[in-house]
Design a protein around this ligand. Structure first.
Ligand code: ADP
Length: 444
């Protein structure tokens, strides 16, 4: 789940919890406050009634005939007062909630009960106030709170999504502009991401600093390899000439001559490795021009005619299958030849007797795909990430090669902004995929 979705969800959920709590608590508070308020009103009414009794006498309240009960109900039955003679003393004012049945309907009342003495007799005063209004108010408040919840929920989601988008924009810019598609430390984008959030400024600066260190280490390594390879070439050539001269003079016995021939082979191997390393560092140092326009189909044909003999040696059936041709503009012909040659050469090396090799070319969306497909031994999944590392020879059975073929492929591909992918099934074969973006400069 994306960070902004998580943030919006978290924030919305926390607000939702607060709102739900609010909905539960509001009626409770309303009920406490209204009960308090009703009790106060009942107390006031009690005081007034007792004052009135003191002033006008109890006879005014009690009817002549019955002489003991007085009852007064207002027309909507919202309030009533009852005075009656009693014998049971209520020491302090009492409040209770009770139900009264009126003409078929039940009404809830808050009732005050108190006893008082008048003229030597004990009387019970009961004042009731209907709770219908309080209940109605509670219902209305709950509905309002519910609508407020729904509306606030919708507004909160919109605001949260908008705000997290705005807040996290620099973070996404760092990912999009800097971290995605970093194939090469030298192609890293060091531009400062505009933001006022100090955490993102820190993140941006730290990534830049880290990438500078990586780039510097990479340059130092490149320079070192370039210097070492260059320096090694002279002594190798001197030794080679010396050995060749010794052989040419013909004064050596057979055993020594054989040893010299073996040494020459080793020297040759060393020379090839050094040359390859020099080639890689020259490509990395951009010492090659890119001023050729090249048909990839004819490049495949060129590689096939160069390597044809090796197909026959292993009885391999090889074919070029291009749905469309592609003209690669502003490229280096020799380097692309080496790239394709190395892939086809590996497809032969790691193929089985009577195997097959296909070089496919087709458009896939906006890209052109060049594939080298073989029916060889395949590459186990755990080895796939190492095959482009220098000197990694994963198939020790093969006597050819030094583990530098694929690193060259990778370096030439990077130099031409080509992406390389490998699909493979051990025992069935491999496909090396080159993805070339079909930009304005590259089109057929
Ligand atoms: P080399 O072929 O000299 O060993 P490469 O750099 O060309 O070096 O290849 C590295 C490793 O990748 C090889 O040792 C081999 O194990 C594996 N590999 C490369 N291409 C293929 C292929 N077409 N099929 C199977 N394995 C391959």
């Amino acid at each position: 789940m994306k960070l902004r979705t998580k943030l919006s969800l978290y924030s919305t959920l926390s607000k939702l919890i607060v709102l739900v709590a609010f909905i539960i608590i509001v009626p409770l508070i309303v009920s406490i406050v209204s009960t308090q308020h009703t009790d106060n009103r009942l107390q006031n009414m009690k005081d007034k009634v007792i004052k009135l009794v003191d002033k006008v006498g109890i006879k005014e309240f009690l009817q002549e005939e019955e002489d003991s009960v007085y009852a007064d109900y207002n027309i909507l039955k919202e309030e009533y007062i009852v005075i009656e003679a009693t014998e049971k003393v209520i020491p302090a004012v009492q409040f209770e909630n009770t139900e009264r049945v009126w003409e078929g309907g039940t009404v809830n009342y808050r009732v005050l009960n108190v006893t008082f003495i008048y003229g030597g007799h004990l009387y019970l005063l009961e004042i009731g106030k209907s709770l219908v209004l309080v209940k109605e108010l509670n219902g209305v408040l709950q509905k309002v709170a519910f609508f407020v919840l729904i509306i606030s929920f919708a507004i909160t989601i919109l605001l949260n999504v908008g705000y997290s988008n705005y807040l996290l924009r620099p973070f996404h810019m760092i990912i999009e502009k800097k971290l995605k598609n970093v194939y090469h430390p030298e192609k890293f984008n060091f531009e400062t991401i505009p933001t006022t959030t100090s955490d993102f400024i820190y993140l941006d600066q730290t990534i830049n600093e880290m990438m500078r260190k990586i780039r510097d280490a990479f340059s130092r390594e490149k320079e070192f390899i370039s210097n070492v390879s260059h320096e090694l070439m002279t002594p190798i050539s001197v030794l080679q000439t010396r050995f060749e001269n010794m052989l040419a003079e013909g004064r050596l016995d057979e055993e020594t001559s054989l040893k010299i021939i073996e040494s020459l082979k080793t020297l040759n191997r060393l020379k090839k490795i050094t040359n390859t390393l020099l080639l890689i560092s020259r490509i990395e140092n951009e010492q090659y021009l890119k001023n050729d326009n090249l048909s990839l189909k004819s490049l495949a044909e060129e590689v096939f005619s160069e390597i044809e003999e090796r197909f026959t040696e292993k009885n391999i059936e090889a074919s070029i299958r291009f749905k469309d041709d592609f003209i690669f503009r502003s490229c280096n012909h020799d380097l692309l030849f080496t790239l394709l040659f190395n892939l086809v050469n590996n497809a032969i090396k790691y193929n089985k007797e009577n195997g097959k090799i296909f070089v496919n070319g087709y458009y896939s969306g906006n890209n052109f795909v060049l594939e080298v497909e073989d029916t060889g031994i395949g590459i186990p999944l755990e080895q796939r990430s190492h095959i482009f590392s220098r000197f990694k020879r994963l198939n020790s059975n093969s006597t050819e090669g030094y583990g530098l073929g694929l690193p060259i492929v990778q370096t030439i591909a990077e130099f031409h902004d080509i992406q390389v992918f490998v699909n493979s099934e051990p025992g069935k074969g491999s496909i090396f995929k080159l993805i070339i973006s079909n930009t304005d400069k590259n089109n057929s």
